[in-house]
Design a protein around this ligand. Structure first.
Ligand SMILES: O=C(CCC(O)(O)[C@H](Cc1ccccc1)NC(=O)c1ccccc1)N[C@@H](Cc1c[nH]c2ccccc12)C(=O)O
Ligand SMILES: [Zn+2]
Length: 561
């Protein structure tokens, strides 16, 4: 897997596909033995029962027909290759890959037509090319999970949260945070109208999807220079990082130092020796960031095509959070070497990044100079955080709403793109800049769809990371508003977090949640508390805006163009 992802060749694909079939045989045999020899569900020791449960739930390896498993792995590697090889040639003559070229263009250009060309062409060279592969993939992966005892793939994915009410809980959280998103959406829409002209916006209230500075409109922090309400030093420290000749290595060292300041574990030698932290020249790699566990208690790696930007500094913390979790549970039985639930694994690094992002912390590490502590600076900062964390919520929610409907059969291949845009228009209040059809396959333009990586974990993470942040700030004796808290150097906060990370998946996640935050439920209150001053400010800013919100249905995109 590592070799294929860091050097995509036919040779490495063959090895990877064959290897995964071989590993599946072993997992299947162990699961068979466990079930044949023990009536383990009736055992009294819940710790033992839990281990048996993990041994017998082996994912797609359960596929009975080996040649179908071979085909499934091949189809997945083909989709990943299409995505990672995606290149877009613009009418300017320049050709770019997603990272860093298209990402930089989308983040910095304010040219409506150029942004639209990048948005359309990326979808042509990725999603459009994998539509048939994806429908074959859905059939095969559903068969694999049915062989494993689940009704479909969605049921297998949801089972990781071990909760009958999981879907309802998620929906409740999304509804609870909807008004906050609507306020932010109205504020951003008004500003973008003043930049691009009202005539570029549909009367339905939607915002054209290519104007957010992000390929998927999932995080809007690249728009901060347009949106920052008060003229103060920008909290986007990308210029300072470039000025100080930051390198990818320096960014990882900054993150490593933060973890150590909490008394948490530093990166082992192998991490610094084997990680791929920059895009290599001369070979095709999967640039989407990821953190790898080689299950030998020594070898842990990050693969990231790091760009020297603040956004990537945050992603560095995200990936290091995965590695920190690996290190914390490395001495647990293999079956427990996982997050308490997938959302926990995604939250670790982001929790630290909430502290790193504060102006006072950025000043501590010399990336901001004359930080003033006044209301206007506060609003600027909270807006920048909302463009990352609040803007993300509907996207984090809808990705698997779409996939669950596909796996369950509710959305057939003939409606893949229609269903996708229904959700995008309804939940995000965005619209496609040009006509879409079923020849397109826009979900495939987002890494996690061809990579078959579940996504609701990020929605869960964006909620629980604020619960963790609040609890760690209390442990660090941080008084003052939640959004100003920086847990840097707090050994108490570090211990509170470490003690839970060490559990891995050996205890139900509600137990782990209770150990950190004192309650067993996901709760949006800390998110609301963190953004409270901004919410009041946005409501006041939007009070003249008669049209908060948008119609459920997608508008007709402009013709011509
Ligand atoms: O996809 C990622 C980061 C990649 C990952 O670290 O989550 C990576 C994805 C992956 C999963 C499986 C195979 C290959 C890649 N996940 C891991 O590396 C990972 C590690 C341990 C356990 C589970 C997943 N972030 C999401 C959204 C996101 C969440 N937090 C963020 C912070 C900053 C920027 C983006 C995000 C995105 O880009 O849409
Ligand atoms: Zn992650």
């Amino acid at each position: 897997m590592w070799n294929f992802n860091t050097n995509i060749t036919e040779h490495n694909r063959q090895i990877m596909v064959n290897k995964s079939v071989e590993v599946a045989q072993i997992e299947k045999e162990w699961a068979r033995r466990a079930n044949a020899r023990f009536d383990w569900e009736k055992l009294k020791d819940s710790y033992i029962v839990r281990q048996f449960k993990k041994i017998t739930h082996i994912g797609i390896a359960a596929m009975k027909d080996e040649s179908k498993l071979q085909r499934l792995n091949h189809v997945m590697s083909e989709m990943e290759e299409i995505y990672s090889g995606g290149k877009v040639c613009l009418s300017t003559g320049d050709c770019h890959a997603l990272e860093p070229g298209l990402t930089r263009l989308l983040a910095t250009s304010r040219d409506y037509d150029l942004l639209q060309e990048v948005w359309v062409k990326w979808r042509e060279v990725t999603g459009k090319k994998m539509k048939n592969l994806y429908s074959e993939f859905v059939e095969l992966i559903n068969e694999a999970h049915r062989d494993g005892g689940y009704s479909d793939t969605a049921a297998a994915w949801k089972s990781k949260y071990e909760s009958e009410t999981f879907e309802q809980d998620i929906e409740d959280l999304f509804i609870q945070l909807g008004p906050l998103y609507k306020q932010l959406h109205a504020f951003v829409r008004r500003k973008l109208m003043s930049v691009y002209g009202k005539d570029k916006f549909p009367t339905s209230g939607h915002i054209p999807a290519h104007l957010f500075g992000n390929m998927w409109s999932q995080q809007w922090n690249s728009l901060l220079d347009l949106l920052q309400p008060y003229d103060k030093e920008s909290v986007d420290v990308t210029p300072a990082m470039k000025e100080q000749n930051y390198t990818a290595l320096k960014m990882f060292q900054v993150s490593d130092e933060f973890f150590q300041s909490l008394g948490m574990l530093k990166m082992p030698k192998a991490f610094w020796e084997h990680s791929m932290i920059e895009k290599p020249k001369g070979r095709q790699v999967q640039c989407h960031a990821s953190a790898w566990n080689f299950y030998n208690k020594k070898d842990f790696r990050v693969k990231q095509c790091t760009d020297v930007t603040m956004s990537d500094l945050i992603t560095v913390h995200h990936e290091m959070g995965h590695i920190e979790y690996y290190l914390m549970y490395k001495d647990k039985p293999i079956v427990f070497q996982n997050g308490a639930n997938p959302g926990f694994h995604e939250a670790v690094g982001d929790v630290l990044a909430l502290s790193v992002s504060t102006p006072k912390h950025l000043q501590k590490i010399n990336l901001l100079k004359n930080v003033v502590d006044d209301k206007e600076s506060d609003i600027n900062f909270m807006l920048s955080m909302a463009l990352d964390k609040i803007a993300f919520l509907p996207f984090g929610y809808l990705m698997d709403q779409w996939r669950w409907s596909v796996f369950s059969g509710e959305t057939p291949p003939s409606q893949y793109n229609e269903k996708w845009w229904q959700l995008r228009c309804k939940y995000q209040g965005i619209s496609p800049p040009v006509m879409r059809s079923e020849d397109d396959f826009d979900p495939g333009a987002k890494y996690h769809i061809p990579a078959n990586t579940p996504y609701i974990r990020y929605f869960v993470s964006f909620i629980i990371q604020f619960q963790f942040h609040k609890a760690l700030c209390k442990a660090a004796n941080q008084t003052g508003p939640l959004h100003t808290c920086d847990i840097y150097r707090s050994k108490e906060a570090g211990k509170l977090l470490s003690d839970v990370l060490k559990l891995g998946s050996s205890k139900p996640w509600e137990y782990a949640m209770e150990k950190i935050v004192g309650s067993r439920k996901m709760d949006a209150a800390p998110v609301m508390e963190y953004f409270k001053p901004l919410i009041d400010w946005l409501v006041e800013q939007n009070s003249q805006d008669e049209s908060i919100g948008w119609e459920d249905e997608c508008p007709m995109p402009p013709t011509g163009h």
